[in-house]
Design a protein around this ligand. Structure first.
Ligand SMILES: [Zn+2]
Ligand SMILES: [Zn+2]
Length: 812
């Protein structure tokens, strides 16, 4: 049959089917229970998703080496371009990264390949590293003299004050890297980001829509790039106290999918530990970067390494820093976050409260008036307070010792916690208040929300009004009924181990699992909690409408101010307080997923995992990062590579970074059972049923197929009659071997979630819909009517919840 004819018949069939569905569907025995019941007992927590989400699903990992050898041999023979030693080196680096292989293992693989006489295999892992990173920068090592607190270039003798370093008085040291050449390298592969795009969107989708970037756009006429900074301590060995502190930067103008890719990460310095830097050391550690940034703000020329030797110039500005609270306090030269004036965003002092166990804790409980009267930290306030501090120091000198102490106490209150100059104040578009982003990972997911879970579940609070500790077992079961897609970065573990939850699991529990607490928490606590839930949904939206900012701000305030009223001032700690500041950060930088530490932690996690040695961690980390960056850059360099081999490497190792928007379909898992409803809708046709279908890279499955599995790819949002509905896939089928179709079950009348903003106003949120009925309707749709995957939850009270994910860009 000709293709167009087949297509027309199919369309007719669909029309007939849809017409039938309108009239007769009630008369048919469609067994609605089948779609409605979720047997949570059948879900095996250890049962992971059955197919990895890669296009080439049939190749088993164990055949990797044989495949690779065959491929290399075959490609080496028939391609016009031979496969070079560099190509093979890159493939081996990617292999090492993916499986976290040791250097010994790499040597064995290389020796094996050489035994097979594969041409152009490097002679050893050592040689491979050397040749691949030949063009990479060597770090500049600097020492900090403990006598004069200045930077010394020598490790034996202070180049500033000439004092000798001894073995007992070893100076701390750090590595730094110029960033200009790194930016140049990134620009070489991402030329589309210059000249700077000017954004005039109403809704905010990315950092360029945020207030700080908009300010630059209006004030800077030339092309410019902006950077976001992260500094944090990572532990190379579990259990060891040693921490390494890399300074990482990303270019905000890169599209989000490429922004945090490892080849586009800028490494500006590494503090090798073993202990964390002091505030002064942090300033010295940042000195080379800040000095270079001050120059780059004026503009720099970037050369591309191509045939035409073309170049471009741009000015570079650091506009944001996204760090956890302890790191931020060091960098910002402020007290510890839990101490007086420990908030990096405002000048609240806090007050001491007795704890149950005879201790003291600082509370940041505030009234609405206090919130509105407290100064926010900013460059202007910082300058005033620093001047005041210097003046105070002079006054203190003129007072006799015995009077000095009370005077200092008085002065400390007036200085609002400023302990010294923040080195980033020297940059022209960095605000030492606003530019320190209020990060959701540390402030909310493992901050305020974690605190709430402790209050609800911890044995210590079992007699408190808010405690639901006796319900943990029951909740754990209900929580298993949350149906999440297999693309979820980390499917949550059992709720019993909530205290060990990682930030990603906390995020899932908060955003989509919150409904499990309904009817279990007392109403006033649940209403209060819902404010945080809706606030986070809005903050993570892929698009933030200006009116949302106001709602986020009011929800945050209402949550923060009511917290001490419900849970007592003693629990209103710094992380709870910082929920107040999230709306300002969103106003300045746009949706949170475009900058959050989730993204940075991903990179840091990768760097930690591939660091294997027991000493010289910093050097190994730097070396590994450079190797991987070099491999990915080479992979992006399609022109210089045998295209077959490049394609092979891409599909095998970099599939997640290829943006595949094609709607290519691939059916899988033929199913023998007939679906009576499909049969009824499409009489006189040959119908084949399947359990799964890949739409591009996205896997969908039927809800019977997802039964008993932890991940569920049967919940979708689809378009029918120009309206988007959430639904579940009941059947995947083809009509006369044509394009795949889905039979979707949905509930026509859904109610959006309503959340109380304050006593006077409610907010209606359309991305969480629910229904108390279980009356499902059915409709056949073409696969192109599929919009995106969604999340489903059936509460113990029989309410069905449908969640649209606020963003699909969240990383693991
Ligand atoms: Zn010195
Ligand atoms: Zn604050």
């Amino acid at each position: 049959m000709k293709r167009w004819k087949q297509q027309r018949l199919q369309n007719q069939a669909i029309q007939i089917g849809q017409a039938l569905y309108q009239q007769n569907v009630d008369e048919v025995n469609i067994n609605p229970e089948m779609d409605d019941i979720i047997d949570i007992n059948s879900i095996n927590i250890n049962n992971t998703i059955d197919d990895p989400i890669i296009s080439n699903v049939n190749v088993s990992e164990s055949r990797f080496l044989n495949d690779a050898i065959d491929k290399i041999k075959q490609l080496a023979c028939d391609g016009p371009n031979i496969i070079t030693e560099k190509d093979i080196s890159c493939a081996l680096v990617l292999l090492k990264k993916r499986h976290r292989l040791s250097a010994r293992c790499m040597d064995d693989i290389i020796s094996l390949l050489r035994t097979f006489n594969v041409p152009n295999v490097p002679s050893s892992w050592y040689r491979l590293k050397k040749s691949l990173t030949a063009t990479q920068l060597t770090p500049i090592q600097s020492f900090i003299c403990s006598e004069c607190q200045e930077v010394s270039t020598s490790s034996a003798l202070c180049s500033q004050c000439n004092c000798h370093f001894s073995s007992t008085n070893k100076p701390n040291y750090f590595f730094s890297f110029p960033i200009q050449s790194q930016v140049e390298r990134i620009l070489h592969y991402n030329r589309d980001i210059l000249p700077t795009r000017r954004c005039y969107a109403v809704s905010m989708k990315d950092i360029c829509d945020g207030a700080l970037h908009q300010k630059l756009q209006s004030e800077i006429q030339e092309s410019f790039l902006t950077l976001t900074l992260n500094v944090d301590g990572i532990q190379p060995n579990k259990g060891s106290q040693k921490t390494i502190w890399p300074i990482l930067l990303v270019i905000n103008e890169l599209p989000l999918k490429r922004r945090f890719a490892i080849e586009n990460i800028i490494l500006a310095g590494v503090w090798p530990g073993p202990s964390k830097p002091s505030r002064t050391e942090m300033s010295i550690f940042f000195r080379p970067l800040v000095e270079e940034l001050v120059t780059l703000e004026q503009g720099a020329k970037f050369q591309y390494q191509d045939d035409n030797n073309s170049s471009t110039s741009a000015r570079i500005f650091l506009i944001g820093a996204c760090c956890d609270k302890p790191a931020q306090a060091l960098l910002q030269f402020l007290p510890e976050p839990i101490a007086a004036f420990g908030c990096g965003r405002c000048e609240v002092e806090g007050f001491m409260v007795r704890t149950e166990k005879e201790g003291n804790v600082r509370s940041f409980a505030m009234t609405l008036d206090a919130v509105e009267e407290t100064y926010l930290r900013s460059n202007m306030r910082f300058d005033v307070l620093l001047d005041l501090k210097l003046l105070h120091e002079q006054i203190q000198q003129s007072f006799p010792m015995r009077k000095r102490k009370s005077l200092m106490e008085q002065h400390r209150l007036e200085e609002k916690g400023i302990l010294g100059p923040c080195i980033l104040r020297e940059l022209s578009y960095f605000d030492v208040g606003r530019s320190f982003m209020a990060d959701t990972l540390h402030n909310v997911y493992i901050g305020a929300f974690k605190r709430l879970l402790q209050l609800w579940f911890d044995h210590d609070y079992r007699f408190q009004d808010w405690s639901i500790s006796t319900h943990l077992g029951e909740l754990q079961l209900i929580f298993r009924g949350l149906r999440l897609p297999s693309t979820t970065p980390r499917l949550p573990r059992c709720l019993i181990s909530y205290s060990k939850f990682k930030a990603n699991e906390m995020r899932i529990l908060l955003l989509f699992g919150h409904a499990i607490f309904k009817n279990i928490l007392k109403k006033k606590y649940y209403t209060h909690f819902l404010k945080l839930v809706v606030m986070m949904h809005l903050s993570e939206s892929r698009e933030i409408h200006p009116s949302y900012i106001n709602v986020i701000s009011r929800l945050g305030k209402s949550f923060g101010i009511n917290f001490p009223k419900l849970y007592s001032a003693r629990h209103c700690v710094q992380v709870v307080h910082s929920v107040l500041h999230i709306s300002d950060t969103i106003n300045d930088f746009g949706p949170v997923h475009t900058f959050t530490t989730f993204q940075f932690e991903n990179e840091l996690g990768l760097l930690t995992r591939i660091t294997k040695s027991t000493r010289r961690h910093a050097q190994e980390l730097i070396g590994n990062l450079h190797l991987i960056q070099e491999a990915y850059c080479h992979l992006n360099n399609f022109d210089f590579m045998n295209s077959n081999f490049a394609n092979y490497l891409f599909n095998r190792f970099a599939c997640h970074r290829k943006s595949d928007d094609s709607k290519h379909y691939q059916l899988g898992h033929l199913r023998k059972e007939d679906d009576s409803l499909v049969r009824l809708l499409f009489p006189f046709t040959q119908i084949k049923y399947y359990q799964t279908v890949h739409v591009g890279r996205i896997r969908l499955c039927t809800r019977t197929y997802a039964e008993g599995k932890v991940a569920d790819d049967s919940n979708i949002i689809f378009i029918f009659d120009n309206v988007q509905y959430p639904g579940k896939i009941r059947s995947i089928f083809t009509i006369d071997d044509g394009e795949p179709h889905l039979l979707v079950a949905y509930i026509a009348n859904l109610t959006p979630l309503t959340c109380e903003i304050d006593d006077t106003e409610n907010f209606v949120y359309d991305n969480i819909l629910f229904a108390t009925t279980t009356k499902w309707s059915y409709v056949p749709i073409e696969v192109k009517a599929f919009v995106e995957k969604s999340i489903f939850f059936r509460s113990s009270a029989g309410i069905s919840y449908f969640f649209r994910q606020p963003t699909l860009d969240h990383c693991s």
